[in-house]
Design a binder for this molecule. Sequence first.
Ligand code: ASP
Ligand code: MG
Length: 402
Amino acid sequence: MSLIVKKFGGSSVANAERLFNVANIIVDDYKNGNDVIVVVSAQGDTTDDLIAKAKEINPDNPSKREMDMLLTSGEQISISLLAMAIEKLGYPVISLLGWQAGFYTDSHHGVARIHKINTERMKAEIDKKKIIIVAGFQGINKYDDLTTLGRGGSDTSAVAIAAAMKADRCQIYTDVDGVYTTDPRKVKGARKLQEITYDEMLELATLGAQVLNNRSVELAKKHNVELEVLSSLERKPGTIVKEKVKMEKTLIRGVAKDTDVSVISVIGVQDNPGTAFKLFNSLAKKNIEVDMILQSVGRDGTKDISFSVKRSSSAEAIKSLEEIKDNFPFVDIKCANNVAKISTVGAGMESHPGVAAKMFEALYDSDINIQMISTSEIKISIIIEEKYADKALNVVHDAFFN
Ligand code: ASP
Ligand code: MG
């Protein structure tokens, strides 16, 4: 007998038919003698619809407390309906809101972090042999106000329960059947991975793989909770996310594309100590995240510095540099929005040279020019012109996986 935590995303519980499908998956585990705790998201696009309703009332800034009051209602609907479906199948079940399940968070409405989970209630219900359905993405702060964990936060709720209850398994059900080597909608030869490490998953998640919420993977790594990502629509094994996995012959685990990128070039800055500090400090003060940085060789006492940011923060970044121009002279600022980032990720590249060369060769063969490069132990990213992004994704993927 095991304790199994299962999480179902919004599309998996979108309507009555899907709810009964999920109820059957849960009941099958329960019938086999397991204890089951289930976390669910709001049905379908409920959360987006609720946000739209709030905007009708106040398009600018409804208070964050009231937004949380509103958004937590989406999960209240899905947990009660799922519990009713399980009741209908004839099994003992109880639904719990985040606070009833013992989720205590800080007070950062909309992006709250879990402080602790008081597991008493869940343990008591398990002792009564009940299936527990918990509302994902929510908790309560020390003032007894409802909080939410940020978009996609139900994954984090599930991992947190698995860690707190020392579950034997944590399964994240979604509408894809696992994690792929690249976007299967864009690349024909994309393959499903059997296993992936937390670190690789984190890189792919930030790069836009969008199967698991980032914070949930960080939490799983911290508490060493093994995750399985699988489909609620097909009954077959998914992808396991864990600390260490077997290296495959391919050396890399995946290739990702990110088009939410701009490259800003600051031309003709002084070539002396403090220049990089002034530039990036002004961005840091505005909380603008910088990804890649490239500095040209100095000539005649000046140099150029280019960096990449999320496209949505490029205007703010330029503004912030113009604001410090008195103290930070430069000749010109250029911003390129027609760029994309392609990254290969894999823990194996650490011990195997040649991954970068292979990636660059694939791009050379397709006549795609590389504008910027950055590497870490498990990732190589390049910036190219956006119009070549899908092509680059395909040729780089083929180079490693075909
Ligand atoms: N319903 C919330 C959202 O759409 C939480 C979640 O889906 O995990 O962001
Ligand atoms: Mg959702």
